[in-house]
Write a protein that binds this ligand. Structure first.
Ligand SMILES: [Zn+2]
Length: 257
């Protein structure tokens, strides 16, 4: 106990400040785990890799989330929810030609088995098969059957990106979209005059976010021409797989005709 007097804490702070970001985060996670009330830390199941056990906390978008990341495959809540939805909704049916924006590693093997052609895309060169700007997609009209874009819409001008997603989908094709949404807001919060990384972090939760969506995201997706469905996480599934209650997958389908 005497080790943790003011001088001791300053020493720990000084040592931590010399660590790499990655090591500092590991240390912070250790302290987070140790500081939880007893009994809160429980094992969960990962449907992506089969791991069962304690999940890691993550620090993201101004928030600390307990039980977020599977330590084996690094899936987060939304990835596990997507996997569970795919298992339930597609019943082994092929997703055809599949385009995965900002591709998360933990989903790639899973998605590859579910489609006839799997391609990844990112705006930053070197991160994916294709370098694509979602606001101006360099692909032909009606050339993709299924799109996935998790936490991408809050980084781009959705008013430009959504019509582009519709354009490249074949009639009847489906875009699976997830993004942070504050359901209790009628209107999204955006302000094009906020452009610096610091101000964007303060206003939109991350240095490269340009919007906080409200429930009007549904109108925005429909306005681009999609038929919209959604599936919302909760219940016993959230308790078993450590999902975020209320997390939503938007199922944006290009009308068949
Ligand atoms: Zn896993």
């Amino acid at each position: 106990m005497s080790m943790l007097n003011r001088t001791g804490i300053r020493t720990i702070e000084r040592m931590a400040s010399r660590l790499s970001h990655h090591r500092r985060e590991r240390l912070a996670k250790l302290f987070v785990a140790m500081s939880r009330p007893s009994g809160e830390q429980q094992p969960y199941d990962c449907p992506l890799c089969g791991y069962s056990g304690i999940f890691d906390p993550i620090f993201g978008s101004n928030a600390l989330r307990f039980d977020s990341e599977c330590p084996a495959c690094h899936s987060r809540e939304r990835h596990r929810f997507l996997k569970l939805w795919l298992d339930r909704a597609t019943s082994g049916e092929s997703l055809g030609s599949f385009l995965h924006f900002a591709p998360e590693a933990c989903l790639q093997d899973e998605l590859r088995t579910r489609c006839t052609q799997y391609r990844t895309a990112d705006i930053t060169p070197g991160r994916a098969d294709l370098v694509l700007d979602m606001e101006n997609i360099d692909l032909p009209d009606a050339s993709v059957d299924t799109i996935m874009a998790n936490h991408v819409l809050e980084h781009v001008d959705a008013g430009k990106a959504l019509p582009e997603l519709l354009r490249i989908l074949r009639p009847g094709g489906l875009a699976l979209l997830t993004t942070p949404v504050t359901e209790a807001w009628d209107d999204s919060y955006e302000d094009p005059s906020i452009t610096t990384p610091e101000a964007r972090h303060r206003h939109f939760g991350q240095a490269d976010h340009v919007i906080f969506f409200g429930s009007d995201i549904e109108d925005r997706i429909r306005a681009a021409g999609f038929d919209l469905g959604k599936v919302v996480a909760g219940g016993a599934q959230a308790a078993r797989y450590a999902l975020i209650r209320g997390d939503t997958i938007y199922l944006a389908r290009r009308p068949a005709t």
